[in-house]
Ligand binder design. Structure first.
Ligand SMILES: Cc1cc2nc3c(=O)[nH]c(=O)nc-3n(C[C@H](O)[C@H](O)[C@H](O)COP(=O)(O)O)c2cc1C
Length: 434
């Protein structure tokens, strides 16, 4: 079984892309007679719901993968760690366990579902184990890896939901059939939660090797309202922004890593020319900063200092050495953190600084947001194209535009909250951001 999984080229879909067969082999090689298998269904990335969909709609597929993994490494006990915000997934997987047990399909394997309380860091394997053991969910230094010393100090195999869901297919269709999809180093298919400014968002399953541009254009149906594709944010909060000029980068672990992004667990957000890259970096960093467990100083305080700088830049209060400081902290935080959360938290900042430095400089030196996004740096103005249709006045939630039929309208800057509703409501392109 392990030889088949290795031959398929399957790599972990939980983010790091570790070869699944190799991990199983190491778990099997442990001398300890007591071993555990764990299905990681924590899925804490904002906007990601790939694992949720499989757990809710095809729970037997995941159970089958977990049972095969347990058989392959010699484990008699397993856990499914699923975040509590997924009540339907929890209910369906529990029902599936009862059904499978009722038919004698799980003989020799005892499975239990545990609900995670919603901390992003608890998806990290050592923090997950701590949480399963009833301790505070913080990561620990590796080695020893969980395959050597994991749950209750015993060898433990942890795999992601999507990884496990791929296993029955490989066993049924053969390793070669799986390896027929993809590239040299990344085999099979990958599920993404496609979001952002594309015409068609949602869950997609694509063969590895497909390019980002193909995903955006062919599957996503191109950008909404004919706007210009600017960048793809891939890999969730640990990921990076790939600019449109590199959109022919294939979905492949190594190719993505060479751009500074990561495959991650499957978030893919298409950004257009109205998205501010400083603000995007701030959005993801705000998430990781809030989710840092606080164990490592660089992650706890470094991400906080980085976020303060991004806040300053977006408000037009940047200081001369802010970009330099951001670069220094990017390096310190990624090198000084013991788990993947801190190691990758600076990625959105590092990639936007690398590919969109001019936007950072405009915020810093000119107090200007080129994408017209950062509220503190923009104003809305009605142009001469206004025909007095009043749509903007009707749309404005704070009455910053007086209702004046057939007359040119105006925005009261002291009331305007920069919510963009007027611009979206205007049918004559008569509202501009300056
Ligand atoms: C902060 C952080 C969060 C993580 N969250 C998840 C998660 O929600 N689901 C997951 O499968 N792996 C997650 N991982 C990766 C796990 O540590 C581990 O690599 C993975 O579960 C192994 O399974 P795989 O080899 O099948 O990918 C996370 C890692 C980090 C650093």
């Amino acid at each position: 079984m392990i030889a088949a999984i290795s031959a398929s080229g399957l790599r972990g879909r939980g983010g790091a892309g570790f070869p699944t067969g190799l991990k199983w082999e190491r778990a099997r090689a442990q001398a300890d007679p007591v071993k555990y298998v764990i299905c990681n269904g924590d899925e804490g990335d904002p906007g990601a719901f790939m694992d949720r969909a499989v757990l809710e709609s095809d729970p037997h597929r995941v159970l089958e993968g977990l049972a095969i993994a347990a058989y392959a490494i010699g484990a008699a006990e397993g856990y499914l760690y699923i975040r509590a915000e997924y009540p339907l997934a929890v209910r369906n997987i529990r029902a599936a366990i009862l059904q499978a047990e009722g038919r004698g399909l799980l003989e020799g394997l005892r499975l239990e579902v545990r609900e995670g309380a919603g901390a992003f860091v608890c998806g990290e394997e050592t923090a997950l184990i701590a949480s399963l053991e009833g301790r505070r969910g913080t990561p620990r230094l590796r080695p020893p890896y969980p395959v050597e010393k994991g749950f209750r100090g015993r060898p433990t195999l942890i795999n992601n939901v999507e990884t496990l869901a791929s296993v029955p297919w490989i066993v049924r269709h053969g390793a070669q059939a799986f390896a027929a999809f993809g590239t040299q180093s990344s085999k099979g298919t990958k599920v993404f939660a496609l979001a952002g400014k594309v015409n068609r968002g949602g869950l997609i399953e694509v063969p590895m090797g497909i390019t980002i541009l193909q995903v955006v254009e062919e599957i996503g149906g191109g950008m909404r309202n004919g706007r210009e594709f600017k960048a793809a944010q891939i890999g969730g909060p640990s990921g990076g922004c790939i600019p449109a000029r590199l959109a022919d980068t294939p979905i492949d672990y190594d190719a993505l890593a060479s751009t500074g992004a990561v495959m991650g667990s499957g978030g893919l957000v298409a950004l257009d020319d109205r998205d501010c890259m400083v603000d995007i970096a701030r959005f993801f960093l705000r998430f990781t900063q809030a989710e840092s467990c606080g164990k490592c100083t660089f992650c706890r305080i470094g991400t906080k200092r980085m976020l303060e700088i991004l806040d300053r830049l977006c408000e037009g209060n940047g200081r001369p050495d802010d970009l330099q400081k951001l670069e220094t902290l990017t390096d310190y935080v990624s090198r000084g953190s013991l788990c993947g959360l801190g190691q990758t938290a600076p990625n959105p900042v590092a990639t936007t600084l690398r590919y969109f430095r001019e936007e950072y400089e405009a915020h810093l030196h000119e107090k200007r947001c080129p994408a017209g996004r950062c509220p503190a740096l923009i104003r809305y103005r009605v142009t001469d194209a206004c025909i007095g249709c009043t749509l903007c006045a009707q749309a404005c939630p704070v009455s910053a535009i007086a209702y004046r039929p057939y007359e040119k309208h105006a925005v009261d800057d002291s009331l305007c909250t920069r919510c963009d509703m007027c611009r979206q409501a205007c049918q004559d392109d008569a509202i501009e951001v300056v």
